[in-house]
Design a protein around this ligand. Sequence first.
Ligand SMILES: [Ca+2]
Length: 204
Amino acid sequence: MLQKWKWSLKALLTALVLASASASEASDNLIANGGFETGDFTSWITAGDSAFTGVNGFATHSGDFAAYFSSNNPFTISQDFTTDIGRSYTFGFWAWSVQTSSSERLSFLINGDAIITLLPWPNRPFTYFEYTWTAISEVTQIGFTSSRGTYRLDDITVLAAPPLPAPEPGTWAMMLLGFGAIGAGLRRRRQLDPALSRARVLPR
Ligand SMILES: [Ca+2]
């Protein structure tokens, strides 16, 4: 029995150490093909006027490809990913505006709502934009929509903030040892006092 208890404790501590190590690892990008290095919109849902939109290597922030938006009517790309409700996420993307028409727009969307709307900025290199969001659902959607713009987009990232720190394995071990000591003490008291062994805990 004692050996079984030892093995159970060892397995629990091993699991806690592994969980702690996993939680401390760097967060991975939750977006697939965020840099458009497939050379197309693989993993993205596209909608709208795609006449003058696509992926090419004319100018990129990194790698060989970036997306471009230059249709006369709205065009949208979007992607869903799994999120933990209440957890914080950091969204980042690099955008470049080519033309200067005042009617141009590029909006960054979360669940279909425009969070950041960019006006054209002429002759600027790729610029980084970032937004932090607390998830309210188990699936979150990000998107980008352009209207009459000439924009380029690259290196879209969604990174999850680390979860709340779990108790250290040493803390769990102390708690388990404490519970064991309480149980042993109670068993000793029951052996000394038969009336206690018949006692029941009544609801208050
Ligand atoms: Ca790229």
